[in-house]
Design a protein around this ligand. Structure first.
Ligand SMILES: C[S@@+](CC[C@H](N)C(=O)[O-])C[C@H]1O[C@@H](n2cnc3c(N)ncnc32)[C@H](O)[C@@H]1O
Length: 498
């Protein structure tokens, strides 16, 4: 089937597409987001009274067409549906495509003669929006424009416009976030905004201004099941409704926090854990990036000299850690572009001894689907940055196995997934820092915890998961939800699905 929007997008020079963030939205996604934006407006739509929907960066108009269909489905005549739509874009040629698409839609819906389109060329950062301040719905996919480097850095006019919108210099705030704030300004009290954003808006420091400014309008967060755009950026869409007294709020006042709503959207079960924190038994540390490069240049391939193999520490990358299973020697490891079968660290090449690395400890991977941790009873493993080391405060050797069991426990992964939902590199992954991990609540039932640790050592992973979930003393339905979430993502998931 022909797709004029897609054809127009691919006809643009890649540099132009990058500069203006031109990544048109698939129709099914536009349908879903329009449906979300129309929640609570059904009566107004059916009444036939004035109702205005705007996409201020509409491109070829996919959201406008989706809205037209949803308005007709909601009880409007095709002509009345068209009268509700307002589109704006900085690119007049894109608006020509949108006009052609709407004309086609009108003809398919039996409309002849002059058509009530309202499509204007405009700069959403600096120009007034159609029906500014009185819109019922803003829905769309604004241009993403990271400010760290490259083609999307704002020019002078955009810097001024963004600062006016935020009421402060926009700094590193992504242009899509600036436009999210602007959209909330453009709707009436009770009006809705659903705007696609980079997933990083949920947790990254650069998204904090946006989270503060729209905080008390946030109702939910939509997260797609799959990667949507060629740009390879993971996305989400906050669903906002403008409250009576809309004002900038601090994240502390925002309830529930963005990551909690993201966790709900991703199907992570609700969970409150109250046990003693991991920091009561161990210290959590991770090396710095600089260490990664120094260690990378000291890595050698093992396997040729048995003495070297037993004296030098084995390097453990994130990829060599599975839940309670060390894959060193059975899977290759990539370190700074090179591949090793049995990576060892030649410590004589290091500028300092990094003594902590040689102690008994537990190693924890990051950016995984569940927490993955392995035991290092004799201090012979070397964590490759960003692997986290959990160093017991007590020298009792049994503590290592208890710590591995606590980290393996499904409630620990659910706790971590809720804490930082949506902030990892991919939406389904867990992103934990060493300092966050130190707050992990430990199991409260010591006997079950010990029993779970024993099952884990015997390789009974599924039984251990059940026992360790019980060790947290959860209500049966909560425990069931935790296990149902955890099991398919971990011990039954084929490797490589993260
Ligand atoms: C990510 S595309 C999305 C287009 C359309 N909303 C969709 O989802 O298919 C972003 C659009 O924003 C437009 N754009 C970029 N900067 C703009 C600005 N300052 N004001 C208005 N539109 C802009 C681009 O021309 C492009 O059509």
């Amino acid at each position: 089937m022909s797709d004029p929007g897609r054809d127009y997008e691919t006809s643009l020079e890649p540099s132009r597409r990058r500069r203006d963030g031109v990544h048109y939205t698939p129709r099914v996604v536009a349908d879903e987001l329009v449906a979300g934006a129309f929640v609570g407006h059904g009566e107004l739509i059916a009444s036939g009274a004035q109702f205005v929907v705007c996409d201020p960066t509409c491109g070829a108009g996919v959201f406008l067409i989706a809205a037209a269909d949803a308005l007709v489905a909601g009880g409007r005549s095709p002509r009345s549906a068209l009268e509700c739509l307002r589109g704006m874009d900085i690119d007049p040629n894109a608006l020509d495509v949108a006009r052609a698409e709407l004309t086609d839609w009108a003809q398919r819906n039996g409309l002849l003669g002059a058509l009530p389109f309202a499509l204007v060329v405009g700069d959403a950062l600096n120009d007034p929006w159609p029906e500014d301040g009185r819109l019922d719905v803003v829905v769309g996919n604004p241009p993403f424009g990271g400010q760290l480097a490259g083609a999307t850095i704002r020019d002078q006019a955009a810097v001024a416009g963004a600062a006016r919108i935020l009421g402060r210099p926009a700094g590193y705030t992504d242009t899509s976030g600036v436009l999210l704030v602007r959209a909330l300004d453009a709707v009436r009290v009770g009006g809705s905004v659903v705007f696609v954003q980079p997933l990083s808006v949920l947790g990254a420091r650069d998204g904090s201004t946006v989270r503060d400014l729209v905080g008390n309008a946030l109702e939910s967060i939509w997260i797609p099941d799959a990667q949507l755009f060629d740009a390879a950026v993971s996305v989400c869409a906050p669903v906002l409704r403008k409250p009576q007294h809309h004002e900038a709020s601090s994240p502390a006042k925002t309830s529930p926090p963005w990551t909690e709503l993201a966790a709900d959207a991703m199907g992570v079960p609700p969970l409150r854990l109250t046990g003693e924190p991991l920091s009561s038994m161990a210290e959590c540390t991770a090396g710095f990036r600089q260490e990664f490069y120094e260690v990378a240049s000291a890595v050698i391939e093992g396997g040729s000299d048995p003495e070297i193999d037993t004296t030098l520490p084995r390097l453990v990358t994130v990829g060599l850690i599975d839940p309670a299973t060390l894959l060193w020697g059975t899977r290759t490891a990539k370190v700074a572009g090179a591949t090793y079968d049995r990576p060892l660290v030649d410590i004589s090449k290091l500028s300092k001894p990094f003594l902590l690395r040689r102690r008994p400890k537990v190693l924890v991977a990051t950016q995984t689907r569940v927490i993955e941790a392995v035991a290092d009873h004799d201090g012979s493993l070397w964590p490759s940055v960003p692997v986290i080391s959990v160093l017991p405060l007590d020298s009792d050797p049994e503590i290592i196995d208890l710590l591995v069991a606590a980290l393996f426990a499904p409630p620990a992964s659910v706790w971590a997934a809720r804490l930082a939902a949506g902030t990892a590199r991919s939406p389904g992954a867990i992103r934990l820092s060493a300092s966050q991990l130190a707050h992990l609540p430990l199991p409260s039932d010591r006997d079950r915890w010990v029993e779970g640790a024993r099952q884990l050592q015997d390789g009974e992973l599924e039984a251990a998961a059940v026992t360790l979930t019980r060790a947290y003393g959860l209500e049966p339905d909560v425990a069931q939800a935790v296990l149902s979430w955890w099991i398919p993502r971990s011990i039954r998931a084929p490797k490589g699905t993260a």
